[in-house]
Design a protein around this ligand. Structure first.
Ligand code: AMP
Length: 311
């Protein structure tokens, strides 16, 4: 693929490369970002390669970020992984870089960067990084394979979602051959804390499902406090309603400390990202996020979801 070679040419030109990803990191954001760092550092040990962003406490077991000073961005190459729009790039200092590269598998809602590689057919940005290595005959380290595996498992829901292609499984099989604790990783990704298990029970108890399988649940600040969970920890239960056979698409409305709602949208078949876009969000056709600024707006979003299946 020509774009992979073009990206490698840019990488070769720079002594300092700083890799970004989206805010509210998930395993694919971290897997692609830090997996790319490991890959590049392994093949170009003389280069300074760093990762930036906020260290989300729920994911520091997977990877942690580097300390990067402002002056390190001057004349650098910035690579942004897994991030559709500039508003969601964690650490805006990428703007100081000399060249910016976007590598992403979300729909290309906002074209940014000097070089753009989008592949919406890819299960994950981590799969793209593995393809990038393959296309350029770059050798992976064990730790890169570990991180990319975590990203692929995260974004495919352990190879359950329709985005899991034959290529995804081929790449995963290739990565599995490296020396890392696969069982430890999958166990970690499949494990929830007892308080999250109880919150999951709350979600099943309070889920409202209409006659077409459109479901919603509201997690108020009060409920989050009752279960002693943070907004970030709700990531573990976003998929829970989808396990119910009669549920087709669903929204989890999570009240934030400032009073607005983060709306986590998922669907089995019908695309929901256009609705997310209408409400300060975006994402994949079947997994999107939006923001709502009142209970009335929550209601409007739910009505739009209901209408999707009515029509
Ligand atoms: P989440 O519910 O946060 O796991 O998000 C699901 C998907 O939607 C991810 O691919 C996110 O990148 C995307 N997403 C979530 N929130 C937003 C947002 N505010 N704007 C654009 N995309 C989003």
């Amino acid at each position: 693929m020509e774009i992979c070679q073009q990206i490698l040419e840019q990488i070769k030109k720079y002594d300092t490369i700083i890799i970004h990803r989206h805010m509210r990191a998930d395993p694919d954001a971290l897997g692609s970002q830090v997996g790319l760092k490991e890959l590049l550092q392994y093949n170009f040990p003389e280069k300074k390669i760093k990762v930036v962003g906020y260290d989300l406490p729920t994911l520091t077991w997977l990877a942690t970020m580097d300390q990067v000073e402002n002056d390190e961005f001057e004349g650098s190459l910035a690579i942004v992984c897994d991030t559709a729009n500039t508003a969601r790039i964690d650490d805006k200092r990428y703007l100081k870089a000399e060249t910016i590269i976007k590598i992403d598998h979300h729909p290309n809602d906002e074209e940014y960067g000097d070089l753009v590689w989008i592949d919406t057919s890819s299960s994950s940005a981590s799969e793209m990084i593995a393809i990038f290595a393959e296309e350029n005959n770059l050798e992976l380290s064990d730790n890169a394979a570990y991180l990319l595996t975590a990203g692929i498992i995260g974004d495919t829901g352990r190879f359950l979602y329709p985005s899991t292609s034959a290529r995804t499984l081929r790449i995963a099989s290739h990565l599995r051959a490296f020396d890392f604790d696969y069982a430890g990783l999958t166990r970690k990704m499949d494990t929830i804390s007892y308080k999250i298990a109880k919150l999951q029970g709350y979600i099943y108890d309070h889920l409202e499902v209409d006659e077409n399988g459109v479901a919603r649940v509201l997690l108020s600040q009060e409920v989050l406090k009752q279960f002693n969970v943070t907004d970030a920890e709700t990531a573990a239960i976003v998929g829970a309603p989808g396990r119910i056979d009669s549920v087709s698409l669903w929204g989890i409305f999570v009240e934030q400390t400032d009073g607005h709602y983060r709306v986590r949208l998922r669907s089995k078949i019908h695309p929901i990202n256009e609705i997310a876009k209408e409400h300060d969000g975006g994402g994949h056709p079947l997994a999107s996020g939006a923001n709502s600024y009142s209970l009335e707006e929550n209601e409007i979003i739910y009505q739009k979801l209901k209408n999707l299946l009515k029509n």
